[in-house]
Design a protein around this ligand. Structure first.
Ligand code: IPE
Ligand code: IPE
Ligand code: MG
Length: 248
């Protein structure tokens, strides 16, 4: 974890309208490595290390909930060796960072399916979730083996298993059966590495999220870029299908 004594600069302190929930699609690890003549796995390692600075910045800016997209249900289609490396980096990161997450007051939650993950990894995730369950400084969701469609399918299965009648099916009921149950929808979704798509990230929850795309590759993303994204967010006008508020 970065220096906990880090202070906000006067400029950063001027941020207003901090989003309650920020999602980040951490993309561009492969391109970052390729640009340096390194194997793609070196990019994934560098990407995992980047998260530390971004977590500290998110806490300093007062963001209560951060969801990071680390591995999608579609990413299994990559070469086996790359997938194995990503799984290993994730496992190692939780194991080595757990104490610091706990000390920093970060609550960790896994979003995604556990099937396909090694039992040791699943128990490490559960251990981390249990240990940090009462932390309040920042709620960190790690979307790993996550897909928005899979999340909706799983929610529907749970609803059907309860034998609920059609009249009981509401947007709220579906939201309550998604893995993000109880959390506000993301206000802002940031995607690094320039792509302009969600790639199956929080597709239900992102219905009215503001989208911010930056060409910066994830291993180069940091505090300043997060600040820029928050600045852009506070200039957006959110209408939720209504009309713009009358100007005073
Ligand atoms: C994001 O970086 C990490 C994962 C999807 C696991 P990529 O590996 O997709 O990097 P690019 O898009 O190939 O540069
Ligand atoms: C999205 O990135 C998934 C994660 C960042 C974990 P991808 O690199 O998998 O997305 P596509 O293939 O470019 O849409
Ligand atoms: Mg990518």
């Amino acid at each position: 974890m970065a220096d906990p004594e880090a202070r906000l600069s006067a400029r950063e302190a001027r941020l207003e309208r901090i989003p309650q929930h920020v999602g980040i699609i951490m993309d561009g690890n492969g391109r970052w490595a390729q640009a340096r003549g390194l194997p793609r796995t070196a990019g994934h390692q560098a990407g995992a290390e980047r998260l530390r600075e971004v977590l500290q910045a998110a806490m300093d800016f007062g963001i209560p909930i951060l969801t990071v997209y680390a591995f999608s249900t579609e990413n299994w289609s990559r070469p086996r060796q790359e997938v194995q490396a990503i799984l290993q980096i994730f496992h190692r990161a939780i194991a080595t960072e757990l104490r610091q997450l706990q000390e920093a007051g970060i609550r960790l939650k896994h979003l995604g399916r556990t099937e396909g993950l090694a039992p040791e990894l699943v128990s490490k995730i559960r251990e981390a979730e249990a240990l940090t369950a009462n932390n309040q400084r920042l709620h960190l969701n790690i979307a790993f083996n996550y897909g928005g469609r899979a999340d909706i399918v799983d929610a529907v299965k749970r609803i059907v298993a309860k034998g609920l009648p059609p009249e009981a099916i509401t947007e709220q009921l579906i939201a309550e059966h998604l893995t993000t149950a109880g959390q506000p929808d993301p206000d802002l979704i940031i995607r690094t590495a320039g792509e302009m798509r969600l790639s199956n990230f929080l597709i239900w929850q992102a219905a009215y999220a503001e989208f911010y795309s930056t060409p910066t590759l994830w291993p180069d993303f940091g505090r300043e870029e997060l600040y820029q994204a928050l600045l852009a967010y506070q200039r957006r006008e959110r209408r939720f299908g209504g009309l713009r508020p009358a100007s005073s």
